[in-house]
Design a protein around this ligand. Sequence first.
Ligand SMILES: CC(C)(COP(=O)(O)OP(=O)(O)OC[C@H]1O[C@@H](n2cnc3c(N)ncnc32)[C@H](O)[C@@H]1OP(=O)(O)O)[C@@H](O)C(=O)NCCC(=O)NCCS
Length: 280
Amino acid sequence: MDVEPLCGSLDASAEAMRFPSLPTVHPGAERPPWTRHARPCAAQAKSGPFRRMLTQRDRLALQYGDLVLFDIALPQGVVLEEVPAGDEAPLLPEEEALLGLRAVDRRRTDVAVGRTAARRALSKLGLPKTPIGRGALGEPLWPAGAVGSITHAAGIGLAAAALDDRFAGIGLDLEHADRYFAGLEDEISFGAERDELGTPPDGRDVVELFAVKEATYKALSPLVGRYFGFEAAQVRRVDGAPTVMLREDLDDSYVTGTVVPVTIQWSGDLVLAVVAIPAD
Ligand SMILES: CC(C)(COP(=O)(O)OP(=O)(O)OC[C@H]1O[C@@H](n2cnc3c(N)ncnc32)[C@H](O)[C@@H]1OP(=O)(O)O)[C@@H](O)C(=O)NCCC(=O)NCCS
């Protein structure tokens, strides 16, 4: 796998950065994501009499079928699995208990596609099938020896995982471009970051920023053991690629100036952000 080094620094305090040489990938440098073809039954369903009854979410799931959406170059040791709605395995009893009695179908599907993807990722790492619980912050609880992250959007679940002797934390976020609404930029961007988006901003740029920050949160909040808001990290573009730097101390290890390694990829109207924090 050919990856490029992290694209330079964000300001003069580069020496303080903790992860100066981690790999990242420039958007557009990857192979085309559409590497497999939809199953014939999916194509028929799309053009059949059910068409008008389908929600946008259903259409996306059908359209994507068993395509590989994100053929993304990840840091070595990180595995990524994606599961469209309809391909999910039943939840394990411990996971059913997380849902509660009143869970709507959509929530059930989201949890199931995410956990199915997570188990496939663990299997790729050579780890046994195990329930994936939920911690106090909402984070998935991975079995001993593994770290990972789950995301779901547009009827698709993705999970990334790695062995914990290589990575301390993983954050994954999938967003559809239609997540944008006017004013989202004011909630998630600050200072130079906001200026960089321009006025009015391109909604896709805002959604990409959102995905990068959510992935940052998912990677780091379990490590620091608390919630932190969108102002805690600054995302700037360096040579076209987003780079993330903490703007505040999250704990004694993850302090102001820490660079958080992120990889992003767009696939149609979906953007995926992956943060992988190496183990020390
Ligand atoms: C928790 C949050 C990140 C979820 O993101 P989302 O885009 O709404 O939903 P996604 O489908 O992408 O991700 C949901 C999954 O995130 C995971 N997750 C939830 N809380 C988490 C946490 N604190 N740490 C790690 N992963 C978490 C869960 O696995 C969840 O799926 P599950 O309920 O099926 O297990 C988001 O709702 C949130 O609270 N964001 C505010 C905090 C933030 O982003 N700060 C920015 C810091 S720069």
